[in-house]
Design a protein around this ligand. Structure first.
Ligand code: LFR
Length: 486
């Protein structure tokens, strides 16, 4: 059967046609569009970063048309962001980008009313400044006009079908979802001043959202196809496609704009140590939990290239990665988890500042700067994989790396070196594959559980193994922890 997977990332959006059958899984990219630059719009004395949501919807429609003859549609995207609808169903303003500064300081403010320990105990979520909870508080008076909050994939599904709901894996990233009760955390919401009417009914991944509205189907010259709620959080879909062998002790890294580093658990890990390490328990497909931590990811590299391009320096990724591979290893490392790297801006300058703060000589050439980013990313992977192992008391025998980062051979090798265990890299399009697999099961394909889906990935997708070759990663980590005396 053929299915359309709409996979929206913070750098690009893709519509893939997936073909699934016994022993068969193929992806064909039918439409790709850039979703890179948040749109900065002036507001009062400042400005706000927005998503171009109507542009994203238009491209989604174009992709569905290009996909043509499919049996179903599933949408996944980055998490936490949303659109607000008024009582008539109209969209209230353009959704705001999670990298906007409107949430600065809000988490601290909320922490005074709701102790972070309690918030973690209920929601299981890591503290990220852009969690939906903090974004909704930042809306202020505008919330009064809102009737419903729809997360991005749910908003697009709503426009396609008319149905209103919240798919669970993405709802679990809001910090407004009760990880034990598997329901909206209305008590937390009420204490934060967020009206519970905003929360739509929850739906499980794998359930049918509805059929394409007649007008939409007619415009696209398609039948009224079913839209299926997949793991609508892109990371949930990506983890479905982690080709783990049954019985192996694995960690995963979903490496794209963000790197999501952690383990799959069957129950949330809500210890004080997990909270202190800022780990999260996001809901996965089939009742699993993603116990992980966000690492800043390839975003810092993309932003670095953008900074150079803005200065008129045309830099090709492949070329600069080759230069990085030849640059001295671990010459300088930075803590990519530092808040300084979150907002768009001049990353080379921020890297230089972070190096000076830790008493290291900042990288100078382009190759050295990119080497510093990739070394630092691998070092963050090492730190996080080790923490996940410690916090869960489980060993890690293999690290599965999926997503766009798979294409970066230097990163894959350094990850194996840093973690000291083999890295199995692939598939690249993990989120789209996970999206397709969950749809296929809903529509009757014999894929009873995650193990069956992963077996199909192993059989059909190219994977590459990287074995560790060494490097003094412990010393690099120690350097990072040493603050220089001003
Ligand atoms: C990855 C991702 C992460 C989430 C971040 C922001 O694309 O979905 O899981 O923390 O984007 O939404």
């Amino acid at each position: 059967m053929r299915l359309a997977a709409v996979d929206l990332g913070a750098s690009s959006g893709r519509v893939m046609a997936g073909t699934v059958g016994p022993g068969r899984l193929e992806l064909d990219e039918v439409h790709r569009f850039p979703n890179g630059g948040p749109v900065r719009v002036a507001r009062g004395a400042g400005s706000t970063l927005h998503w171009d949501i109507l542009g994203i919807y238009r491209e989604t429609l174009a992709g569905l048309q290009a996909a043509g003859d499919v049996a179903g549609v599933g949408i996944d995207s980055w998490a936490v962001d949303y659109g607000l609808l008024d009582a008539s169903g109209a969209l209230l303003g353009n959704p705001v980008h999670y990298r906007d500064s409107r949430t600065d300081g809000i988490a601290e403010q909320v922490g005074k009313a709701i102790p972070p320990r309690e918030l973690f105990d209920v929601t299981g979520l890591q503290q990220l400044p852009f969690n939906t909870l903090y974004q909704l508080i930042a809306e202020g008076d505008r919330l009064a006009a809102a009737e419903t909050m729809l997360l991005i994939p749910d908003l697009l599904s709503h426009w396609l079908t008319g149905a209103v709901g919240a798919e669970r894996t993405n709802a679990s990233t809001t910090q407004l979802y009760d990880v034990r009760a598997q329901n909206w955390a209305t008590g937390i919401a009420a204490r934060a001043g967020i009206p519970p009417r905003l929360f739509p009914p929850l739906r499980d991944p794998g359930s049918v959202v509805g059929s394409l509205r007649r007008e939409v189907a007619e415009e696209l010259v398609l039948p009224q196809l079913p839209v299926i709620a997949v793991g609508s959080h892109d990371t949930a879909s990506a983890v479905v496609a982690v080709p783990a062998e049954p019985g192996t002790q694995f960690a995963y890294i979903s490496s794209g704009t963000w790197s999501l580093v952690g383990m799959e658990l069957t129950r949330p890990e809500l210890s004080e140590a997990a909270r202190a390490a800022n780990f999260t328990n996001e809901g996965g497909v089939d009742g699993t939990f993603r116990f992980l931590r966000n690492v800043m990811g390839l975003w810092v590299l993309t932003e670095t290239l953008r900074t150079w391009a803005a200065r008129g320096e045309r830099v090709e990724l492949a070329r600069v990665l080759a230069e990085a591979a030849d640059a001295p290893p671990l010459a300088a490392v930075v803590d990519l988890d530092a808040p300084a790297f979150l907002a768009p801006g001049d990353m080379p300058a921020r890297i230089a500042a972070a190096c000076r703060e830790t008493g290291q000589r900042p990288p100078e050439t382009r190759g050295e700067i990119v080497r510093c980013i990739v070394d630092s990313l691998a070092l963050a992977y090492r730190r996080t994989v080790r923490q996940a192992a410690e916090l869960t008391g489980r060993a890690v025998d293999v690290v599965h790396l999926v997503g766009g980062g798979v294409r970066n051979e230097l990163l894959c090798q350094l990850t194996a070196d840093a973690c000291g265990v083999p890295v199995l890299a692939g598939p690249v399009e993990a989120a789209a594959l996970g999206n397709v697999l969950v749809q296929a099961r809903t529509l009757g394909e014999d894929l009873p559980d995650l193990a069956a889906m992963r077996a199909l990935i192993r059989r059909t997708q190219p994977l590459r193994r990287y074995d560790p070759t060494g490097g003094d990663w412990a010393a690099a980590q120690a350097r990072l922890e040493r603050r220089s005396v001003p």
